[in-house]
Design a protein around this ligand. Structure first.
Ligand code: C2E
Ligand code: CA
Ligand code: CA
Ligand code: CA
Length: 279
């Protein structure tokens, strides 16, 4: 089934709400989906263009709905957050991604890491850090092979709590990335207090990079900021060779986007890995 893009998200969220009715029904639909194993993870490679190697992948959830077909996360994540179902869903995502990573590591890709999106509700939950530690232990994954992607708005939601949790996660040894960097409201003063490792440049700035001088300026500034703060930097939404070349010239060597691969199911990602290995 065709996936629907971000522009349609509000409309489809409303349509789904009408279709599914009240909050309780949405919640039970999401719970049923979990029980019936209707959620799947897709993986998108993160490439170091210096070496050409796939260094990791981002896990992205999909809902294989029996009637609606493949549902994009923009259509159900907001509902899952609203109802609190994001907690169980997020735990499932983390567990599945770690187990899948373990499988690929056992097949020989030792240095591979996985990036997992974290929602505000998960971050706010008591015992989140402990559950991350447990999940890593059960899957047999080194903490440094897990990267948690946090958004600025998530962090700004409750800065003091977020800073505490980030430092606990850092102590555990997991890597932290700020997702969609530049689109949120965090100030540079806050950034200094965040125990993060990676800035992830939002695809909104990458899209018109080669034609819009403002976007080019923003991107080069973020890359310089990351370098000065000793952070890694990765660009998302890289679709063209021109974008890749610009980013490389300006010092961003980690990239993710359709230019390399769309997000694909685990089996297909295994083939992407094998192909990358053979290069
Ligand atoms: P995100 O974390 O910013 O993820 C990147 C989105 O950009 C993904 O959309 C991905 O498919 C898409 N993308 C990747 N490369 C390109 C490209 O070259 N061009 C364009 N135009 N798009 C590209 P997706 O998979 O639909 O996910 C949308 C959002 O849903 C994610 O944005 C993330 O915020 C959320 N999400 C996805 N999976 C999870 C999850 O497991 N947990 C949570 N809490 N949120 C999730
Ligand atoms: Ca992300
Ligand atoms: Ca992002
Ligand atoms: Ca984004």
């Amino acid at each position: 089934a065709k996936e629907l893009g971000g522009d349609n998200y509000k409309f489809y969220t409303r349509a789904m709400r009408e279709q599914l009715g009240e909050r309780v029904q949405i919640e039970s639909a999401l719970r049923r989906a979990l029980e019936r194993h209707e959620f799947v993870l897709y993986y998108q490679p993160q490439v170091d263009i210096g070496t050409g190697r796939i260094v990791g992948m981002e896990a992205l959830i999909r809902w294989q709905h029996p009637e609606m077909g493949m549902v994009a996360p923009a259509r159900f994540i907001p509902l899952a957050e609203e109802t609190g179902m994001i907690l169980q869903m997020g735990a499932w995502v983390l567990r599945s991604a770690c187990q899948q990573l373990r499988t690929w590591q056992c097949e020989g890709r030792r240095n591979l890491r996985v990036a997992v999106n974290v929602s505000a509700r998960q971050m706010a939950e008591q015992g989140f850090v402990g559950s991350v530690a447990d999940t890593l232990g059960e899957a047999g994954i080194e903490p440094c092979c897990l990267e948690l992607e946090l958004t600025e708005s998530l962090v700004m939601n409750d800065v003091e709590h977020a800073v505490t949790v980030m430092h606990e996660l850092k102590r555990l040894g997991v890597k932290l990335a700020i997702d969609d960097f530049g689109t949120g409201y965090s100030s540079l003063a806050h950034l200094k207090r965040f125990a993060i490792d990676v800035l992830k440049i939002d695809q909104a700035f990458v899209r018109d990079l080669t034609v819009d001088p403002d976007d080019a300026a923003i991107v080069t500034t973020i890359i310089a900021l990351a370098a000065n703060l000793n952070l890694e930097v990765i660009s998302e939404g890289v679709e063209t060779l021109d974008q890749l070349s610009f980013l490389r010239e300006h010092g961003c060597h980690q990239m993710q986007g359709y230019y390399f691969s769309r997000p694909v199911p685990a089996v297909a990602f295994g083939a992407v890995l094998a192909e990358n290995e053979a290069q």
